[in-house]
Design a binder for this molecule. Structure first.
Ligand SMILES: [Zn+2]
Length: 129
């Protein structure tokens, strides 16, 4: 079980598991964020997630919810998010490199580059096709 360390404004550093974190990725811009219920004070905490935080959370097993910024039909958008959840793009990334037994720092850097180059957008386009 991967422990995700983050901070609560009231309690300071807290440990979370991936299931406790909701990650929202805003495609094509800023506005990505993550949220969790603090395990100590039970407050709902929402924080902005830059690309570094996003990649750390995903590598920790958090399933991202993809928010498309472009105007799309709600049904299509829901289908895309569902497809992204079902297919686990992060696992597809790992599977594409079967010789790599574990995620390394280099993998994170590579994943970061792929995120910035629009791999998520491409993935979603393919998943919806
Ligand atoms: Zn707290």
């Amino acid at each position: 079980m991967v422990i995700i360390k983050t901070t609560c404004p009231s309690c300071g550093e807290v440990d979370l598991t991936a299931e406790k974190v909701e990650l929202r990725i805003a495609l094509g811009g800023t506005g990505s964020s993550y949220a969790f219920d603090c395990p100590r004070c039970t407050d709902r905490v929402r924080k902005p997630a830059d690309s570094r935080v996003v990649q750390l959370l995903i590598s920790g097993g958090v399933s991202p919810e993809i928010l498309a910024e472009k105007a799309e039909a709600p049904v299509e958008r829901t289908a895309k998010v569902a497809a992204a959840r079902d297919a686990h793009p992060t696992r597809a990334h790992v599977v594409s490199r079967p010789s790599t037994p574990a995620i390394t720092y280099d993998d994170l850097l590579e994943f970061h580059r792929e995120l910035e180059s629009g791999v998520l957008e491409n993935f979603l386009r393919n998943a919806a096709a």
